[in-house]
Write a protein that binds this ligand. Sequence first.
Ligand SMILES: Cc1cc2nc3c(=O)[nH]c(=O)nc-3n(C[C@H](O)[C@H](O)[C@H](O)COP(=O)(O)O)c2cc1C
Length: 253
Amino acid sequence: MNVYTMYFSPTGGTRQAARILAEELGTLQEMDFSLPGKDYGMYRFEPGDVCFVAVPSFGGRVPTAALVNLTKVQAHGAAAVVVAAYGNRAYEDTLLELRKAMEGCGFKVVAAVAAVTEHSIMSRYGKGRPDQEDKMALKAMAAKIREKLGKPQSWKDFFVPGRYPYKEYHTIPLVPETDKDCRACGLCVRRCPVGAISKKDPRKTDDRRCISCMRCVAICPEHKKRVNKMLVFAASMKLKKACSGRKENELFL
Ligand SMILES: Cc1cc2nc3c(=O)[nH]c(=O)nc-3n(C[C@H](O)[C@H](O)[C@H](O)COP(=O)(O)O)c2cc1C
């Protein structure tokens, strides 16, 4: 059995959750779907392959940029486990949307996991997750998934939460700002998943393209990118109730 992870993970939390799950099933090959300008159509799978397809929940939905990249692959009946990483608020329609999209590429979706990760904008929510407890829970889920994969006759339809039509996409538009002394090394330009940062001047971000994914903030080696702290604080207060209390990882088989 070839085991893969296909992930869209601007700041690494989604990748981490997918890896914990997939590692339990065998030697892992990872594929990053959050890089700009890559030929994602080159990925083809075959029956017998297992792919953990993982995305972060943005506003309770699959980020459009992730859908665009992930739906280029040709699955040819390979098995998939869809994974939604979310920052301790809610993942609403993310799993349902991802499942439908992956089925459209020819995957046989056999399980779905919602995994709690640190919130990439409001890091006070889901702080430090996945933690030790999450790791144990995700590994136990992987064992159940392995069992199901071993019995293809049991691959019947299964429940995944979410509603169609999907909820409208709403999040706080938080376009990162750049410090004046940025050295314009260009790393953020090369790694922005949606090509929103100017090649000529990496201090400039196209706010119509930016998806507020926080990758540029997370990867800047000199910490020159940041979001407005007041806006983040205001958003954190607004979501305090929805994000409080420890949410648990969930498995749907
Ligand atoms: C634009 C944006 C919207 C988000 N929306 C939600 C959300 O609706 N619910 C939630 O629980 N977490 C939300 N999060 C938190 C992410 O789902 C979470 O931090 C995830 O781990 C980010 O993935 P990454 O670390 O792979 O980039 C959002 C994060 C961003 C950047």
